[in-house]
Ligand binder design. Structure first.
Ligand code: NOJ
Length: 748
């Protein structure tokens, strides 16, 4: 019989076979070969001596090479001609599709259906791995409360819980059942961390975030991605509290490795190590290389910092070889997990698997499921059988490249099916389609086409106006200080409205836009975050009623940009908004003291245009009261919250049911609501579904000081704990973040 200690020793000696292989390889590597594994170069405009560098063991990974023939040849040099035969890993930004493009991630999040995100990532993995890409730089799970930031398009929106669920689904989709399967690609949780907090919504900008806020808001999606097995992480460009992420040992070592026990690989962002020089954090590239290596960045993406300086830094003692070994272990572990040592080449004999019927079908459903119906007066939508003619108007109606959205290097606009093309081919035999763009692109300011567009409107029963933003107006470094509809799109809408015909405004954009005025003019508003290759058929399905809209907002939509940041999980002030008087209602000469003293904007009030989680359907859902299995939650126990939801309308439809919680009183002020669960359920008309959520102590936990009685200690970093405090909690089961009646329970 084993004693406990003998058992522990036996377990120790049975080291994971992958770790044994890494040990053996590492013991044979020179310092230069180790550093070579930490170097990632671009394949675009391959350096003349790339082959020689690979042969010499100076390259660990290549990004942006897409020709499978070239990939195999470079791989052959690595495997057959370098001293140790370590394979390369080929990487690419495959964010929301490779060839078959799904909605931008913000749109996928609007589906509130993790299966949409998983399917999108799976198809992206199958297509991109077929040319030899085995590592993608996705999912991007930076939460953000700033729609000015162009990269909100790539994110899953403002909420850490929604982003956690969607991000984990994407990880599963990219990585498949086995990372070693040739159709799997390693995921990369990026950008670690708090990139979405970028000041003024301007890309790469500075952030200042107390540790409590970092842990409570920005880090949870990354923890969820690590738990879902994301094989790699990427650091962010921004500095946090003065320390750029590329040199941030607290994030990359203390949190990621020590606390979370993460054993994947951490890559820098493109040139982000070198960029610590203009940040003013390092004097030169050598110092930057040292700070990044010491902070736990395993691989240098296109910075030439490691390959140029790490060897000297180790010899001088600035960087310990122990750190180099840890990084190389992480790189080799990724390559073993991907099966590259056994199967380094891409099979080029297979059939082309791009744009399969199944993939296009899923992309079409995703486009439909991520569209959010914001307004539908007089039930203008769906376009019914009595409609004989539609005017298809607007700069986004037939713009194949724009509907693909940002961060799509490999999407092919010639494969996009636009709304105009889809409506013509799907419904052209049932309705007369009168197409007149009115404006030729979203920023077009010329009024020349407006007259013709109005003529088209007058000749039609319904106007379908496809407005929005070109793809190039969102994405990396594509930030806007004014997030209204660009160009003369509002003028065009006004003119269309004046024809007296019902106008359906379909917005196709990379971010929430301030469309309050336009939403007031339109009879119906359907919001689509650039929905990809099949945006046209997906939107046509919704517009003509083949699909019932079920998307809900993954972000709060502001009335005006000055409200930003505006988000549902805000904290209450000591003087919450009440008795709001708007600027136009203030009489001239009104005294300062007569308006009251509560928290709101004179010109915007205190509410968003549309709240987080909001989205209408063609049917109606009636929510019953929230029922709790008990009004007390015991420590370590659980409590079930349930609600009966009846489809009282005329369509079978899906509903994203949302669970929110509020901690009434905390040792630190708590948000007025926090999303803790959601479930998209399909309910036939006339039927009722009971939706249940199980809540545990963990769902109520938050980061605060260990000393519950003293809020001041929140500023003492070392005392932070993640626990639930006793007291009363409200729980809502609701269609969005702004409605519902809560039930109350207490935690002992
Ligand atoms: C910079 C971007 O920030 C990052 O998201 C991307 O993956 C890399 N460039 C590689 O293209």
């Amino acid at each position: 019989m084993f004693s406990a200690s003998a058992f522990a020793m036996a377990a120790c000696s049975e080291k994971d076979p992958v770790e044994q292989k890494i040990d053996s390889l590492l013991s044979r590597m020179t310092l230069e070969e180790k550093i070579g594994q930490m170097n990632q170069l671009t394949g675009i405009g391959l350096a003349d001596d790339m082959t020689a560098q690979i042969r010499a063991g100076k390259v660990g990974s290549i990004l942006n090479e897409l020709d499978p023939g070239v990939i195999n040849e470079l791989q052959r040099v690595a495997v057959e001609e370098s001293r140790l035969g370590i394979p390369l890993v080929f990487a690419r930004d495959v964010i929301h599709g490779f060839k078959t493009i799904f909605p931008i991630p913000l749109g996928q999040a609007a589906s509130w259906n993790p299966q949409v995100a998983e399917d999108g990532a799976r198809i992206a993995a199958i297509e991109s791995s077929s040319v030899g890409i085995r590592w993608t730089f996705a999912p991007m799970i930076d939460v953000t409360r700033d729609p000015r930031w162009g990269r909100i398009a790539e994110s899953c929106g403002e909420d850490p819980y929604l982003a956690s669920v969607m991000g984990a689904a994407m990880v599963r989709g990219f990585q498949g059942n086995e990372l070693s399967d040739p159709s799997s690609v390693a995921a990369c949780a990026k950008h670690f961390a708090a990139y979405g907090a970028t000041e003024s919504g301007k890309d790469y900008n500075t952030t200042w975030i107390p540790e409590l806020q970092l842990r409570e808001y920005y880090l949870p999606p990354f923890k969820a991605a690590a738990d879902a097995g994301a094989a790699t992480f990427m650091c962010s460009f921004n500095d946090i509290n003065g320390v750029p992420s590329s040199g941030n040992a607290f994030l990359n070592r203390t949190v990621l490795r020590d606390e979370w026990g993460y054993d994947g690989m951490m890559v820098s962002d493109w040139g982000s190590i070198e960029q610590m020089i203009p940040h003013g954090f390092c004097h030169d590239l050598k110092e930057a290389a040292g700070k990044a290596a010491n902070a736990g960045i395993d691989m240098d993406m296109m910075g030439y910092a490691y390959i140029s300086h790490l060897a000297d830094l180790v010899k001088e003692g600035t960087v310990s070889e122990k750190y180099i070994d840890e990084s190389v272990r992480n790189v080799l572990r990724l390559k073993f997990r991907l099966g590259l040592f056994d199967n380094p080449y891409v099979d080029v004999t297979g059939e082309d698997i791009f744009y399969s019927d199944e993939s296009l079908g899923k992309a079409r459903r995703a486009a439909a499921e991520s569209a959010v119906l914001l307004k539908n007066d007089r039930k203008v939508l769906p376009v019914g059988a009595s409609v004989r003619s539609v005017a298809v108007v607007g700069p986004l109606a037939d713009s194949p490249a724009d509907q693909i959205g940002t961060w799509c290097f490999d999407g092919e606009p010639e494969h996009s099916v636009t709304p105009l093309a889809a409506i013509r081919s799907m419904y052209g035999d049932k309705v007369r389609v009168i197409a007149e763009p009115g404006l030729s692109y979203s920023r077009d300011k010329s009024a020349e086409g407006i007259r013709k567009a109005c003529e088209a409107a007058r000749n039609a029963d319904v106007v379908l106006y496809f407005a929005g933003e070109e793809a190039v107006l969102s994405g990396e470094a594509r930030c806007r200080a004014d997030i209204s509809l660009p160009g003369a799109q509002t003028e065009l809408l006004k003119a269309l409205k004046n024809t007296g015909k019902p106008v359906v405004l379909v917005v196709m954009a990379g971010r929430p836009l301030t469309i309050g005025y336009e939403a007031g003019l339109a009879d119906a508003v359907l919001y689509s975050f650039h929905a990809g290759t099949m945006a046209g058929p997906g939107l046509a399905d919704v517009i003509f009623g083949k699909e019932v809209p079920s998307g809900k907002l993954p972000v709060t939509m502001p009335r005006m940009v000055g409200q930003v940041p505006i988000y549902y999980a805000h904290k209450n002030t000591g003087r919450p908004a009440a008795d709001i008087t708007l600027i136009d209602d203030i009489e001239v000469g009104t005294k300062q003291t007569s308006l009251g003293f509560t928290s709101y904007h004179l010109d915007a009030g205190d509410s968003p245009l549309y709240p987080f989680g909001y989205g209408k359907s063609y049917t109606e859902f009636s929510y019953g009261p929230v029922t709790l299995s008990s009004d007390r939650l015991a420590r370590g126990g659980s409590l079930t919250a349930s609600c009966e939801i009846t489809n009282t309308g005329d369509f079978d439809a899906a509903e994203a049911v949302q669970l929110y919680v509020r901690d009434h009183v905390g040792s630190l002020v708590r948000p007025v609501k926090e999303l803790k669960g959601f479930n998209k359920v399909f309910i036939r008309k006339g039927e009722t579904a009971k939706v249940e959520f199980v809540l545990s102590e963990d769902d109520l936990a938050y980061w605060h000081s260990a000393e519950l009685s003293d809020g001041d200690l929140a500023f003492a970093h070392s005392t932070l704990v993640h626990t639930a405090e006793p007291g009363e909690f409200s729980v809502w089961i609701a269609p969005d973040s702004a409605s519902g009646v809560p039930a109350v329970f207490s935690l002992e």
